[in-house]
Every structure is written in C-alpha cells, then in structure tokens.
Design a protein around this ligand. Structure first.
Ligand code: SF4
Length: 684
C-alpha cells in the first residue's frame, strides 16, 4: 500500500462461511468503503458485518510487540527473541517428553495456506499429529454424517443450488443471523414463489417467522423425526426407488434400523402431531428438488454425528443428491472453517482429507518433506485440554482462537491452560485466552496479508493485502516459517502462492488449484482436477466411494446427557447474534456494533417470565452444574416454555455462556454438546 494513495483491493469477508467477496477502498490504513459487485456468493450484497465491521483492524488494542511471560507479568520483546524462545522451548519439550507432548490449533479465521503450515509444523517439524481446528466445535459431526453416506464432508452444491431448490429445510440453523447474505438469497427465491421453506428449530428466529412451515421440536429429537419421516416415505411407496436401486447400497440394513421409528413415536418425541409428521413426509416426497441445511442446533449435541447421518439418509431416500437444486448443506460458520479442515489441520488427516493411517499417503508426504509422518491419530481440541490436565500434554500453540470463550466448560479449560509448560497464543489482541499464555505473538488480520479462504460452498477465493502489516506484527504464515527455520527446516516460501503449489502437489483433491487460476474474482470449488476443472455440484459422476454408490447408513439415536430435571429444571440454548462474529473478539472492537449490542443477555419466554416474576431488564443468574452467569433478562416470544437462550458473543470471560456448558460431547467427534445443558434461573 502506498501512503497517501487511494487503493482498491479485492478481499473476502472474514466474518462467515458465506464467502462474500468485494473491493475494499483504503487510503493508507483508513478504510473508506466496501464495494460489492462481482462476488460469486454475494454479487452486490453484504450484511452489516461485511459492510461496516472492519474497524477492528485499526483497534487501539492491536498487539504490536511479542510478549513473553515473566512471573505474573509480560515483557515486550523483539521478534527474534520471541521466535528463538518458542523454537527453543518446543525443542526442549520434545526432547524431554516426546513429540506427542506438543499440540497445535489452527485458526479458521486464517488462510488456507496458514492452516497448511500449522499442520506441517506439527507433522514435519515436531513429529506429532496433535493438530486440530475449530470445526471440532461446530461442524465435525456433519462431516461424519456425510462421509459415512456420500463420501465428501462438504456442502454438496452451491448457494445457487439452495436458491434453485423447490423446498428448503433448515434444521437448527439461525440462517438470517449467522449466514445473512445466504438467507437473503433464499428469502428472495421464496418471495418470487419459486421456493418453500421449512424451518425446524427450538427458537423462533427471523427465518422461522418467514418460513412457510415452522416446527418447534423438543430438544434432541431431530434424529427421531428424521428417521420416522424416512421410514414413512419408504413404507408408503414415496421413496426414489430407481435412484436407490441404481446409486445406493445398504437399503435393507437401513430399513431394519428404522423399525421403531413410527410417526407415533416421533410425535411423542417431538411434541408434534402424527398428522404434522405425515404432512411433512409427504411434502418432502412431493417436491422434486429438496435441500437440507443445518448448523449447530444439530451438531452441538451428543448425537450430532448420528443426526447428521439421518439427514443425509433422508436425502438419499428421496433421491435428493447430484442434481441441481438438491443436496446437503451443513453451513460453515467461520470464513475459513471449511478450508482449515481441507488443509489437514486435523488429528487424523493431512490436506485433502487423506488419512495419516494410509501408507501411500504418508509416503507421498514423507518424500516431499523428508521426515517420517506418524500413522497414529493425534489429539483433537477437546482431548488436548484433557491431556494437559492429566499431564500428557505439555505445550500448545494456539492461533487466532479465543478458546476461553468458544470452548465448552471454561473452568475445565483454564485448568488445562494452567497445567501447560508452554502455551503460545498467536492473535491480534491480548485476548482472554492470552492471559494464560507464556508467549504472545502479534499476528495480522486478513486485510494485511494475501492468501485464500474456502467458503461453505467449497469455493476457494483469493484475498489480497489492502494495507501493510501493522508495524510490530507479522502475517501468521511468516511466523510459522520463521520458527520452522529456527528448528532446522528449510522453509523458503516467498509468498502464500508457493504454499498453495505444495498443497496442489500433495493433494489430489486440489491438484488443479493455483494462484494463476484464482486471479481476482476467479474461484474454484473443490475437488479441482489437474486441468483446473472444478466441481460446484458434487456426485454427478457418482458418490465418493470406490464403487460410486452412496451408503444408507444405519445410524443410532443418542439422547441428552444433561436433560433438565430437579434443581436444574430449564434447557439452555446458545448461538450467534447478527452483528457479531463468533465470540465477538473482532466485532466488539467495532464501535458501531458494540454500541448496538453492548451487553450479554438471556432470552426468557413470556410464560416463564410470568411464572418467575421476571421483566425485561431485570438482573438474573443462570446456574448450571458447571458454573454461573449474571445477566439481564430479555423477555421474548422467540423462546418458549422452559427454554433459555444466551448469545455466544461475549466481551469477556465473565459474560461467557461457556461458564455454564459442560463436558458432554458428540459420541463420534468429541464436539462439545453445548446445546445439551440444564440450568436453573435465579431472580436477583
Ligand atoms: Fe457475507 Fe457472511 Fe460477511 Fe455477511 S458476514 S458479508 S453474509 S460473508
């Protein structure tokens, strides 16, 4: 960026997985305007965050010097001292305890190239598979459900397919607030009469109010109604018989697994009538193009993986894959949560979803990197904290994740931080998590670096540097490179495009991805063949299994482990607010947004408020088995009965909903079951 000149730079929004692209006009470090016009996902649209949410880049809170802990204080140090320190301490810990005493968490706010280097740091430089990312907190269960049934874990089509569907079913997704531009496109299709929308949710949010049919189930009953609807469709000759015969295997076992799932049973479990369930099943079967989108309301449960599997089974039973306007859409929350997993920041897979257990995969990476790759699965985020507490894990390098606010059971988490011998936090700010660090490394936001993000559509897009890194900070990829060099590895990437070339060489799924094919507004949806052919709609050539056939997978119901009872008589739900991104680390540093949403609050239904004598604005305490939180009450019809809802966005630990959440987890992925928390309400 040339000081004094006005510059127009193409970037990608850093605030959600929709992947809006736009030009951002700057003069030096001043952001003049955001101008959307050519974005593949958004055209001329953005939401409030994409348009006005950029002041965090120039926040006075930005860290501008590395910090090293000395007792209860931090000392400002130069970059050389900080990088030498990290390299030396990691070397010592590995020598004393072994490679598996170290761990790494990549950031889904960072670029693909940076995620690739985090897992390369873990595997090549250190020799461990202890690497993960924040999809462990959100959509890992959806990936399991899709990999089991259709082979790829990503959205099966694009937002255009969602728009083209005759029927959209949204389950546990507050789409208008969490994926605003995507929701706008659906609302437009609905308004033009091209589409019907069914929303299934505990909470009557904006999309629920706009839906053609809104259904409020009892908590943790989605698996049951999905299975009952599938069974009804199969039993009543409404299934896509030809599709099932030609493109799937496992129908008999799947049918057997549905035996107990009658409409009557589902009616009891959900609280809906048998007629409602029958109408729902017939409505789904009657539409030609059906998409199901889902989010944390499904996945942040003990049975998140099983319910995600049930969703995909229903789509298979009705033949809703591999055609425009059909498919499965687990909506990705972070701007690059899709890409962070794609790049191999996972404990069992390297880039392109290649398993470390596969000798052929390891051989390819070992030949490129010159070091052995461990075949053993590493620790995931949740296991890392457990391992720190029980003494197996000694070091963690956490990038761009305000884990203290986003992981469940904050008090457990803090015990983990305090047990570590080395805790490196790399971030823009002195976060709540950084309080527990031994070293803090000041990184750069997306406007100050180049790279790529991958949106919920599996769409890879370039972002360019709109301004220079703030003096004293360093782009994340350069930080990793500097530490790797200090530990004896010849990393010589001159810019992020070199890293993407390595990804393409090592990962068949990204074979044709290169910066020359991603110039400006050009995009690629993975998988991308070596000749550059991309795949906006998956499975048109068969499902991602050797025989090309999808698997009907007999999933199993997993119930709640913290259902309301006795002392803790209410159910706690949590989620995003429109104005905020994730925990709020960035958006709370945007004055306009903070002014609009200054404090955390708890939503209480009118009936519960009347019963307990609570008015909007009253102070209340919400108490779970794990902790307590003092908040103001907001009485609203968005919630009903004994449901409480607290936004996940919080400025500090004291307001974090995760003081209340606990250790119950999805049984397959260890994703915290945030939505499975019983609480009581105390009126102050
Ligand atoms: Fe688009 Fe999401 Fe950014 Fe809003 S937050 S502009 S919907 S990418």
């Amino acid at each position: 960026a040339r000081e004094g000149y006005i510059q127009k730079t193409k970037t990608v929004c850093t605030y959600c997985g929709v992947g809006c692209s736009f030009d951002i006009w700057t003069k030096g470090r001043h952001i003049l305007k955001v101008e959307p016009q050519y974005g593949a996902a958004n055209g001329i649209s953005t939401c409030v965050k994409g348009k006005f949410g950029w002041d965090y880049v120039n926040s006075e809170d930005r860290l501008t010097s590395p910090l090293i802990r000395e007792g209860n204080h931090f000392r400002e140090v130069g970059w050389d001292e900080a990088l030498d320190y990290v390299a030396r301490r990691m070397t010592d810990i590995r020598a004393q305890y072994g490679a598996n005493a170290l761990s790494f968490i990549a950031s889904s706010k960072c670029t693909n190239e940076e995620a690739f280097l985090v897992q390369k740091m873990a595997r090549q430089v250190i020799g461990t598979n202890n690497v993960d990312n924040c999809s462990r907190y959100c959509q890992s269960p959806a990936t399991v459900g899709l990999v089991r049934t259709v082979g790829y874990g990503g959205d099966s089509g694009t937002i255009k397919d969602l728009e083209q569907a005759d029927l959209i079913i949204g389950i546990g997704t507050n789409t208008a607030e969490s994926h605003p531009v995507l929701a706008t496109r659906l609302k437009r299709a609905q308004k033009l009469g091209r589409q019907k929308i069914i929303m299934v949710d505990l909470r009557e949010h904006e999309m629920a109010r706009r839906a053609d049919l809104f259904l409020q189930p009892k908590p943790a009953s989605d698996f049951i109604w999905l299975s009952a609807v599938s069974r009804y469709i199969l039993d009543n000759g409404l299934a896509a018989e030809e599709f099932l015969a030609e493109h799937t295997i496992g129908l008999d076992e799947y049918r057997a697994s549905l035996e107990g799932y009658t409409l009557e049973y589902a009616a009891e479990a959900t609280g809906w009538s048998v007629e409602t369930l029958r109408d729902l099943a017939e409505m789904i079967a009657a539409h030609e193009r059906v998409c199901i989108m889902w989010a944390m309301g499904v996945t942040q449960q003990c049975g998140g993986s099983e319910t995600s599997t049930a969703i995909s089974n229903l789509l298979l039973v009705t033949g809703n894959y591999a055609r425009p306007g059909t498919g499965a859409y687990p909506l990705r929350g972070h701007n690059n949560v899709q890409g962070t997993s794609d790049m191999g920041a996972m404990p069992d897979q390297v880039s392109g979803y290649q398993k470390v257990a596969d000798p052929e995969v390891r051989a390819r990476f070992e030949a490129e990197w010159g070091t052995p790759i461990s075949p053993e699965r590493g620790l995931d985020n949740s296991q890392m904290v457990d391992a720190a507490i029980d003494g197996r894990l000694k070091a963690m390098w956490l990038t761009g994740e305000e884990m203290s606010l986003t992981d469940a059971d904050v008090n457990h988490l803090i015990k983990g931080y305090e047990a570590l011998e080395l805790f490196v936090v790399q971030d823009l700010y002195f976060t709540n998590t950084a309080r527990y660090a031994d070293v803090i490394l000041p990184a750069t936001p997306s406007l100050e670096k180049e790279g790529t993000f991958t949106s919920t559509e599996r769409r890879i897009q370039r972002l360019y540097a709109a301004m220079d890194p703030l003096p004293g900070t360093m782009p994340d990829w350069q930080i990793y490179q500097e530490v790797a060099r200090r530990m004896g590895f010849e990393w010589n990437y001159s810019y992020p495009g070199d890293i993407m070339d390595e990804v393409a060489r090592l990962s068949p799924m990204f074979a044709g991805v290169s910066y020359s094919r991603l110039q400006g507004y050009d995009t690629l949806c993975w998988p991308v063949a070596a000749d550059g052919t991309d795949t906006p709609l998956l499975y048109t050539e068969g499902f991602n299994f050797a025989d090309g056939k999808a698997r009907l997978y007999p999933a199993e119901y997993v119930g709640r482990s913290d259902a309301p009872a006795a002392e803790y008589d209410l159910h706690l739900n949590s989620g995003r607010m429109l104005e905020h991104f994730h925990e709020g680390n960035m958006t709370f540093r945007v004055p306009g947004i903070t002014a609009k949403t200054p404090d955390a609050f708890v939503e209480i239904s009118p009936e519960l408020a009347a019963e307990r004598g609570v008015d909007t604005g009253d102070w209340v305490r919400v108490v779970s088995k794990n902790g307590a939180l003092r908040l103001r009450a907001l009485v609203t019809e968005r919630v009903s009965g004994g449901e409480l809802y607290i936004p996940m966005n919080s400025r500090d630990l004291e307001g974090s909903v995760n003081l209340l959440t606990g250790q119950n987890r999805d049984t397959v992925t260890n994703t915290p079951a945030y939505k499975d928390t019983a609480v009581r309400l105390e009126v102050l």
